[in-house]
Design a protein. Structure first.
Ligand code: 5GP
Length: 191
């Protein structure tokens, strides 16, 4: 059995570097909320978020939007990959709970890396005949993109580093860090 990663009891001690601070996230979410409110005014907006990583972003973004909206949640898992690499094979663990036919759908994602997960989701959701479908991602890591995607709303473009916090995990931990950061190398070497 693989050894569990060695973690400091205080998660903050495992962080080597903060890439995006809590304040920067807050300001960006407010800005995205304003843009989305203006762009979708008078339209039947449904935010579809992808668990678990997008949970804090979704919770904050929906409160930064000032027009009526509905939310729905999906959960997908990519399988065949490792803790830090996605395989592109996607399994739906939780599907939408309501129809999106005729709705203006905005997918709320934590991070787009290779783009394979989102590419799969887009094809799946387009098959349900929404009126429109666009993408809002807090983080974009374009260096590793394998598919051509148009991301309509991007929070931050970041370098090719494995990040944790604000919903993003390493081995299911670190999601509750309030900022986006990079872990100390010794945390990975114990995995
Ligand atoms: P993609 O299919 O675009 O390669 O990967 C998308 C998913 O991989 C994200 O929703 C996220 O769950 C995971 N992922 C990609 N990059 C990172 C990263 O830097 N940190 C963490 N924690 N997860 C990532």
């Amino acid at each position: 059995m693989a050894a569990l990663p060695e973690r400091h009891p205080n998660l903050f001690e495992d962080v080597a570097e903060v890439l995006v601070t809590e304040e920067q996230v807050r300001a960006k979410v407010a800005e995205l909320g304003q843009r989305i409110s203006a762009d979708y005014a008078g339209r039947p907006l449904t935010l579809v978020s992808v668990l678990k990583g997008s949970l804090p972003f979704m919770a904050d973004l929906m409160r930064a939007v000032t027009i009526p909206l509905q939310i729905d949640l999906m959960e997908v898992s990519s399988y065949g990959g490792t803790a830090t690499d996605s395989s592109g094979l996607v399994r739906i663990l939780k599907d939408l709970s309501a129809s999106i036919e005729g709705k203006d759908v905005l997918i709320v994602e934590d991070i787009i890396d290779t783009g394979l997960t989102l590419n799969y989701l887009l094809r799946y959701l387009r098959g349900k005949n929404p009126r429109s479908i666009r993408i809002c991602a807090l983080l974009d890591k374009p260096a590793r993109r394998l598919v051509d995607l148009q991301i309509d709303y991007v929070g931050f473009t970041i370098p090719d580093r494995f990040v944790v916090g604000y919903g993003l995990d390493y081995g299911e931990v670190y999601r509750n860090l309030p900022f986006i950061g990079v872990l100390k190398p010794e945390v990975y070497s114990h995995a």
